[in-house]
Design a protein around this ligand. Structure first.
Ligand SMILES: Cc1cc2nc3c(=O)[nH]c(=O)nc-3n(C[C@H](O)[C@H](O)[C@H](O)COP(=O)(O)OP(=O)(O)OC[C@H]3O[C@@H](n4cnc5c(N)ncnc54)[C@H](O)[C@@H]3O)c2cc1C
Length: 443
């Protein structure tokens, strides 16, 4: 009988775990998958990106948990590839390596004043409300008006969380201090800024519509920038979005305690303030996004940049800086212009930060099809079992969080919610996650 194929998946986000799912679907022991994750816990942006009130999306975690529970799948969380082990070491110990690193760094706008205190990335805000163990706290104490730069689904999430009645977030898993900070928030106005016309916005209609359903929040649309008819070449999504925006713009004036302002053709050119953010200077642009020279100031105390995610790549793996992806052909890594069997890529690090959760599933299916097509060649190249990661980690004294540790974290998070009558509440500190998992912090 031939030996099992050993596969390392780097990254326990949705894409990596969908790949593990396809690889071990038969459960016959013919493929053994070790999932290596930098953070103490798995699920990537499903846990730390997707908004806490998107409960139906978060429920995908149940499927991913079933994958991690399989006997042919092992979780090695709290092990960073590139730090605790190198890519080369993985390639020596596995028949195949699947890179599923995601893209969790943010892009900057590149305007003066962007680094003033009070001007931060939306990623930082998302990390905070999602209880990421590396997040910095956000104090909204003196903030009444916020500018969110960008017109994608992340901008919509951030605006919604800022304006939503915090009592509606209480049943979600947001950490207690986040809920308290949102309860104390005095934010009344959130300005979402798009530098081009509304037909160019990247948000999906479902997410956009949610903004019109927030209790106590009026949506104010800059109707001077709304085309009467969808411009030629508009996608079906853009047409639906324009219909939603036109519906809001035609509403009677209203009095609400909080307001969401949607601005289009408004490009931020400078963040203003003596020692912290006091305003953002905007320039009117044409529908195609070209500056007209006409500027005005919008008073805000917080700027959240939501202009895209990017990846840092991994030492020892080719990386295209311009697209922030690993170059591939049929999901195989292209090294020196050649796509060889043995290294594969899935998810955002392959396609860039686009698409919904389900897109990663199809992507993983494609990558696994390439890997399976190469399996016989990979096994033939190495008659002896390459052994996997466990002996190396033991030798280095690197402790990891396994699936039992992850289950223990989830159980403790269930208990955290009990005193306040909430459901599961996230543990947000790195060492507290490790303690819950029964793993010692590294010195
Ligand atoms: C703010 C936000 C909100 C979103 N909301 C929705 C939504 O409502 N609905 C929806 O369908 N989709 C949503 N998405 C998209 C969805 O989260 C992504 O499609 C999906 O998470 C991408 O999966 P991935 O596995 O490629 O990347 P990730 O989820 O980023 O997973 C990558 C994993 O790799 C790990 N990793 C990185 N480097 C290393 C390393 N060196 N060693 C070991 N591990 C490493 C990371 O820690 C991470 O856990 C949202 C995304 C964001 C950012």
């Amino acid at each position: 009988m031939s030996r099992p194929l050993r596969v390392a998946v780097v990254g326990a986000g949705p894409a990596g775990l969908y790949a593990a799912d396809f690889l071990t679907f038969d459960g016959d022991g013919s493929v053994l998958v070790d999932v290596v994750e930098r953070l103490p816990v798995p699920f990537g942006l499903l846990r730390y990106g997707v908004a806490p009130d998107h409960l139906n999306i978060k429920a995908a975690g149940n499927t991913l948990m079933e994958v991690l529970e399989r006997p042919d799948v092992s979780l090695y969380a709290h092990v960073a590839v590139g730090e605790d082990v190198t890519v080369q070491e993985l390639r020596e110990r596995y028949d195949a390596v699947v890179y599923a690193l995601g893209a969790s760094d943010d892009r900057s706008i590149g305007i003066p004043g962007e680094d003033l205190p009070g001007s931060v990335s939306a990623t930082s805000f998302v990390n905070w409300y999602n209880g990421h163990p590396e997040a910095t706290p956000h104090d909204l104490g003196d903030v009444t008006a916020v500018a969110v730069v960008g017109v994608g689904n992340v901008a919509v999430d951030v605006a919604r969380i800022l304006l939503k009645d915090p009592d509606e977030l209480a049943p979600t898993d947001v950490p207690h201090p986040v809920l308290e900070a949102l309860r104390a928030s005095r934010v009344t106005d959130v300005h979402v800024l798009g530098r081009r016309g509304p037909q160019h916005a990247k948000w999906t209609t479902k997410e956009l519509r949610e903004l019109g359903e927030l209790a106590g929040v009026g949506v104010v649309v800059d109707d001077g920038q709304l085309p009467a008819e969808p411009p030629e070449g508009s996608t079906p999504v853009a047409k639906r979005n324009l219909a939603v925006l036109r519906g809001w713009a035609s509403r009677e004036p209203f009095q609400t305690p909080r307001r969401l302002h949607l601005h289009f053709g408004a490009r931020p050119v400078e963040v203003l303030g003596a020692s912290r953010v006091e305003a953002v200077r905007l320039e009117r642009t044409s529908p195609a996004g070209v500056g007209t020279g006409q500027t005005w100031e919008l008073p805000v105390q917080r700027v959240l940049r939501s202009v895209g995610y990017r990846s840092a790549g991994l030492p020892g793996v080719p990386f295209d800086e311009s697209t922030s992806t690993i170059p591939t052909e049929h999901s195989r890594v292209v090294r020196d212009g050649v796509a060889r069997p043995g290294e594969y890529v899935v998810g955002w690090i392959k396609r860039g930060p686009v698409g919904i959760l389900g897109t990663n599933r199809k992507d993983a299916e494609d990558a696994v099809a390439s890997l399976q097509a190469d399996a016989a060649e990979l096994l033939a190249a190495r008659p002896a079992d390459p052994g996997g990661l466990a002996p190396l980690l033991a030798e280095r004294g690197v402790e990891h969080v396994d699936v039992a540790g992850w289950r223990a974290v989830l159980e403790l998070e269930e208990q955290h919610g009990v005193p306040d009558g909430r459901g599961r509440v996230k543990i947000a500190e790195w060492n507290a996650l490790l303690a819950a998992a029964g793993v010692q912090p590294r010195p």
